[in-house]
Design a protein around this ligand. Structure first.
Ligand code: TRP
Ligand code: SF4
Length: 399
């Protein structure tokens, strides 16, 4: 597995809002400095639910990538790409579908949930049932170690692990696996092969997890064995076979839910968002219209911040001092709601101003965006092609 490779994707929803920024993108921003990061637009995924809707997919894809870049996703350090530009995802999806039981897909919670939620659509399609498996292909084709996702996606990463395990079990076992593993060990050099064998024994006989981790690290350092041998020896520690598709782990986003204008989670479907592209006056108008503690009708009525969505935004945007002033001013009826909202309006405007300047700059140079997408997709495709070569080889389709 490529431990330090992070992969995550987003459906092309078009313009992003503050919920995406605080909930997802800020997390990507910190990850991109630490890991080898792959971020992609899951454009095929849009068809799993919107197959008959007229949406301008191209513009949605481009505008979303502009938003990523404007918040600081760096195309020089992160690989930014579009799923449909790497058709190998579809090939892996197809091949994985051969070993994936229907029941695994039917029990993914989002399958029934979304069907209930989107009642007006017929989601009894093959594509919709299979979309978590397409997501598995998205992940496994890059051998990503970590997949940053929200809670609603953890089940999909879990499915991905099962799919990978089954694939490795089915196609990773070669008739002469044991023999090949022994030859690979002998290529490691005397000292190294001795410690590998000792660690393998400790893991197999005593279930020593430390030994497993050490043996994996040892293999990672080996420069004199081939990729195939490394996979064999990784699999041989656990005794199953070659690990062709490593199991990823989900990295749960820890940032709290970004509150929307009505206090519910910010989401397009609740119509309570502030877009990254809202103008200063739109922001002001939206915040001014926000409902407050409904018991506070007159200035002289004391309020309760806990019952007020504006307070939730203070928690995101204001320092302790301002928060204390708000709490005191509200509960003692010393400040008005308009006054209370002012610092939030200022903070959001200040936060979005530089982002919007960068959005405008990217807009003025569309060929630059296209180049970034092209370069990133090429780079991703090279990695995907390597994995597919190994997958085809394991399945015996190299003729
Ligand atoms: N299914 C994800 C969503 O709806 C998007 C996605 C597609 C994804 N493929 C992925 C996320 C791979 C992480 C990794 O948000
Ligand atoms: Fe909400 Fe602030 Fe008004 Fe209190 S003073 S009700 S916290 S907007």
């Amino acid at each position: 597995m490529v431990e330090n490779r992070v992969l995550s994707g987003m459906r092309p929803t078009g313009h992003l809002h503050l919920g995406h920024y605080h909930g997802v993108l800020k997390n990507w921003l910190s990850l991109q400095n630490e890991y080898n990061s792959y971020f992609f637009v899951a454009d095929w995924h849009a068809f799993t639910t919107h197959y008959s809707d007229k949406i301008d997919l191209e513009s949605n894809v481009i505008e979303m990538i502009i938003d990523w870049l404007a918040v600081g996703i760096n195309p020089n350090t992160s690989t930014i790409f579009v799923q449909s530009k790497v058709p190998e995802h579809a090939e892996l999806h197809l091949l994985l579908s051969m070993t994936t039981p229907l029941s695994w897909l039917e029990r993914v919670p989002s399958y029934k949930d979304q069907q209930k939620k989107l009642k007006t659509k017929d989601l009894g399609t093959y594509g919709f049932l299979g979309y978590p498996l397409l997501q598995s292909a998205d992940i496994l084709i890059y051998k990503a170690g970590l997949v940053p996702v929200g809670e609603d996606q953890v089940a999909h990463v879990e499915l991905t692990r099962e799919v990978a395990r089954r694939f490795n079990y089915t196609y990773g076992r070669e008739a002469d696996f044991e023999e090949k593993a022994q030859i690979a060990i002998s290529k490691m050099g005397k000292k190294q092969s001795k410690s590998y064998q000792a660690l393998r024994k400790a893991y197999q006989e005593k279930g020593d997890i430390q030994a497993l981790v050490k043996a994996q690290a040892l293999l990672k350092e080996q420069n004199n064995i081939t990729l195939g041998d490394r996979e064999r020896l990784l699999g041989y520690i656990e005794g199953v076979g070659r690990i062709i598709l490593p199991e990823p782990e989900s990295l749960l986003t820890t940032s709290p839910k970004m509150p929307g204008l009505d206090g519910q989670k910010m989401s397009k479907s609740y119509n309570n968002t502030i877009s990254l592209r809202d103008s200063a006056s739109d922001i002001e108008a939206k915040i001014r219209r926000m409902p407050t503690d409904s018991a506070r009708i007159k200035l002289t009525d004391a309020g309760n911040p806990k019952k007020c969505p504006v307070w939730q935004l203070h928690q995101v945007y204001s320092d302790t001092q301002t928060c204390n002033q708000v709490k005191e001013g509200c509960t003692k009826a010393q400040i008005g709601c308009i006054e209370c909202k002012r610092p939030i309006i200022d903070s959001i405007q200040a936060e979005l101003l530089p982002i919007q300047e960068r959005i405008a700059k990217y807009h003025s140079d569309p060929s630059h965006i296209k180049q970034i997408i092209y370069d990133g997709s090429q780079k991703a495709r090279n990695v995907a092609k390597e994995t597919m070569a190994e997958v085809r080889e394991a399945m015996g389709i190299t003729y």
